[in-house]
Ligand binder design. Structure first.
Ligand SMILES: [Zn+2]
Length: 391
């Protein structure tokens, strides 16, 4: 997506790209194991409404259906819910899914959702689905609900980064608001009830279940179940910070909280001094910089399969594919020109690019350098290399 390339260029020019490690050319993002697969979700298909309908045609997974329907609606009994509270899964927020901000992850940014969490999550949400029928369709709807609730929480973090990027664009003399906020406010308060970003990420997800496309895609009984489950987590299960979502569950309270958070980002202080009410004069600043319909990834453990249809776009290409593509497209290797495993290639017009010959997958940072040299988006380059065709 071209917008992304433009934002990364802007962040780079203003020295706002901060890789988590100083030299981090690894393809894989922190919490993804070397044998796990990262694959992009086909968002257009997922939100078309065909997803559940198509899956209904397929044979149901009997074990999962039994697990989910076995506890369907049990939370209606307080005694049963109290008993189950000890079985509640660890907080899913930011462990089952996470947002990798552009400021830190550059071209590897995105929303990552762990496939292996979805089942546990849908079982827990099912406890609250006492007004849903005991059908295979309910199981599929719960799976979608589990996915969306994680997505929406992480999407709030993306929206906040979008706000930080807006501030940077407008304030180029001191553009590092987001990074300063992250250090002085987010990291300083995470794990405590003073961290309002996590509370608002939860509360915003709660609220947005009523917006499209979620309202249309999730049956009302499933949305009710999901909100009951969220409220229960906010009241009884979630850790400090996250649990404070319970104070922001109406649109007015959420807007007030968001205004305070924006002021924290602006000033990079836990207790900002400027009046948060002024944000009402500039609404819609806390949102994503562009509609996010890509860069939403499933992290799939070895031996598992994705619950959702995947996009045809690969997460990475191999170094072997990239090497072959360069040679097929007019580049020749310059022998002895790279340090260690580094390889350099030159085109007849003098354009040079490099590859890390020691790596298995082409790092997204190197891929970005090559794409920039060729004047195309990273996505265009990746697709051309993976399909072995010219740009
Ligand atoms: Zn979070």
């Amino acid at each position: 997506m071209r917008e992304v390339d433009g934002i990364l260029d802007f962040l780079e020019e203003y020295d706002l790209l901060r890789p988590p490690e100083s030299v981090d050319d690894d393809v894989r993002i922190g919490r993804v194991g070397p044998d796990e697969q990262i694959a992009e979700v086909d968002w257009a298909y997922l939100t078309s409404g065909d997803f559940v309908a198509d899956d209904l045609q397929m044979a149901s997974d009997g074990g999962l259906t039994a697990d989910v329907l076995g506890g369907l609606g049990i939370a209606r009994s307080n005694a049963e819910l109290d008993r189950r509270q000890s079985e509640a899964i660890p907080p899913p927020w930011d462990s089952c899914a996470w947002y990798a901000p552009m400021h830190y992850y550059g071209p590897r940014w995105g929303i990552y959702i762990r496939e292996d969490c979805l089942e546990k999550l849908m079982i827990e949400i099912s406890w609250f689905a006492w007004d849903s029928p005991r059908t295979h369709k309910t199981v599929l709807d719960l799976r979608l609900a589990a996915f969306f609730v994680l997505f929406l929480h992480e999407h709030f973090h993306h929206k906040l980064e979008g706000f930080g990027i807006r501030l940077a664009l407008a304030d180029r003399a001191a553009p590092d608001h987001y990074l300063r906020y992250d250090r002085a406010v987010y990291r300083a308060t995470v794990g405590t009830d003073d961290n309002i970003e996590e509370a608002l990420a939860n509360a915003d997800a709660y609220q947005r279940l009523g917006d499209q496309p979620y309202h249309r895609l999730l049956p009302s009984a499933i949305r009710r179940a999901l909100r009951r489950w969220m409220k229960w987590r906010f009241m009884h299960v979630d850790p400090p910070g996250y649990r404070m979502a319970r104070h922001y569950l109406t649109p007015g309270k959420l807007a007030d909280g968001a205004a305070r958070l924006q002021t924290q980002v602006l000033e990079a202080r836990v207790a900002p001094t400027s009046n948060p009410a002024h944000w009402q004069a500039g609404p819609n600043m806390l949102r994503s910089v562009f509609p996010i319909t890509s860069d939403i990834y499933l992290v799939i453990p070895p031996g598992s399969t994705a619950s959702f249809r995947l996009s045809a776009r690969p997460y990475t290409v191999s170094v072997r594919q990239a090497r072959k593509w360069l040679k097929d497209n007019g580049f020749a290797e310059l022998p002895g020109r790279g340090k260690g495993d580094h390889e350099r290639y030159e085109r007849s017009d003098g354009l040079q690019v490099g590859l890390d010959g020691g790596a298995r997958e082409l790092s997204r940072n190197i891929e970005r350098t090559i794409a920039k040299a060729l004047g195309v988006s990273q996505r265009e380059l990746r697709l051309a290399v993976s399909e072995g065709r010219p740009l």
